[in-house]
Design a protein around this ligand. Structure first.
Ligand code: SF4
Length: 252
């Protein structure tokens, strides 16, 4: 396959950037055109900062290492291990927070978000789905994969050991979901934790990637958000760079 030309001559696309296309694709476009202006998405900003901190020493697994792990047949839990893969010839890289593999089957992908918002955004769902796609590309079986999004209140974001508790709660939900054959489940209501789990769908992940990659390969123009509140707090709107802004930029 001829390597496609990616906008801004990028070599690879981070999964978090792809996910942010569902926040406002026009903002992603402006971010690469005006790199000195910060792109801020409240949905992903804190999470990205945490990932940078936590994955700075993470090691990319080579194909032989991955094969060795799969061949061992043992249950393995990986934290913040980067995965790479291609879609339509475009290289994609992501750092799922938590992945559980057993005998070549990926059973769970869990992503932590640090957010005051008590809802799961489309960009967050697409992010975990894209991790599922990368695991599939790494020759892992994703037929029984459950994807989870654990939204943690920002006050607790510095206490990383709470991840252990979340993992325990998640295992309970995964087991319930498999036992009762539920389509999705949510974490029990609490002020600290929000979110839930859903089954991975390869066709859904590929459909979303098709849409995202059409932009990166210049098959279509960037799509602006239809949510006026995003434009109000947008740094590109404040800088007068977006002609699609739905409202005037907020002033502080
Ligand atoms: S002003 Fe609105 S449409 Fe334009 S980049 Fe910002 S969020 Fe997107």
């Amino acid at each position: 396959m001829v390597k496609p030309r990616i906008r801004f001559d990028l070599d690879l696309l981070p999964v978090s950037v792809i996910a942010n296309q569902w926040y406002c694709e026009k903002a992603i476009d402006l971010h690469y055109r005006h790199p000195k202006i910060d792109f801020f998405s409240p949905e992903l900003a804190l999470g990205t900062a945490e990932h940078e901190l936590l994955s700075s020493e993470a090691k990319l697994l080579t194909e032989p290492e991955m094969k060795k792990l799969i061949k061992s047949g043992k249950a393995i839990s990986l934290r913040e291990v980067p995965f790479e893969g291609t879609f339509r010839g475009v290289k994609i890289k992501g750092y799922p927070d938590y992945v559980e593999i057993e005998g070549g089957n990926v059973l769970l992908v869990l992503d932590y978000k640090f957010s005051k918002h008590r809802r799961v955004f489309p960009s967050q769902r697409i992010q975990v789905d894209t991790y599922g796609y990368l695991l599939h590309r790494n020759k892992l079986n994703t037929k029984n994969l459950i994807c989870g999004i654990a939204i943690i209140s920002p006050e607790l974001s510095s206490q990383f050991d709470i991840r252990e508790d979340i993992t325990v709660q998640t295992y309970a939900l995964v087991s319930e979901m498999r036992r009762k054959k539920l389509d999705k489940v949510n974490y029990p209501k609490s002020p600290e934790l929000f979110g839930g789990l859903m089954w991975f769908s390869l066709s859904r992940a590929e459909r979303n990637l098709n849409w995202a990659i059409d932009y990166w390969t210049s098959k279509r123009r960037p799509v602006p958000t239809t949510k006026a509140q995003k434009c109000g707090g947008c740094s590109f709107n404040s800088a007068g760079l977006c002609r699609f802004a739905l409202v005037a930029a907020e002033t502080y």
